[in-house]
Design a protein around this ligand. Structure first.
Ligand code: ZN
Length: 136
């Protein structure tokens, strides 16, 4: 039940933001989900429905999943490659000294409020960091 834990964590986070900003209803939450996060989006969605029905704040809120492709960085040749295709071994130089640059994240990117423009979160800066990391 990993997905349910994620959903509870997300809802707690959203509830915290809602309390800080005096938000009474949430219409949608956008989640950046890494390709190798190990989370199954369809399962996450059904956990989301179930949990949101139990919360006044979250009732009827949509879950928007933006999948982040997994990219691995090679420390030896300083190139990046798709993680799912090649795993931990660099396809360019055969090195095993590789690190996942992005793709295991579960970051709340945006919380949408009815009749208001979506507000960004602190998590957005983390998103910007990983974006710049893949341009190396
Ligand atoms: Zn390499």
């Amino acid at each position: 039940m990993h997905e349910l834990g994620i959903v509870f964590h997300m809802i707690r986070t959203v509830e915290g933001v809602a309390t800080d900003r005096d938000i009474a209803r949430v219409s949608a939450v956008t989640l950046e989900l890494g390709e190798v996060s190990g989370i199954i989006p369809s399962y996450l969605e059904s956990c989301w429905r179930w949990a949101c029905d139990r919360s006044e704040l979250m009732r009827g809120a949509d879950l928007v999943v933006e999948e982040v492709p997994a990219i691995t960085y090679c420390e030896d040749c300083e190139r990046t490659y798709p993680t799912v295709e090649h795993g931990r071994t660099c396809p360019y130089c055969g090195s095993g000294r590789t690190v996942l640059a992005q793709g295991d994240e579960t970051i709340i990117k945006e919380i949408a409020v009815p009749d208001e423009r979506p507000g960004g979160l602190a998590g957005s800066s983390e998103v910007a960091d990983s974006d710049s990391a893949i341009r190396v």
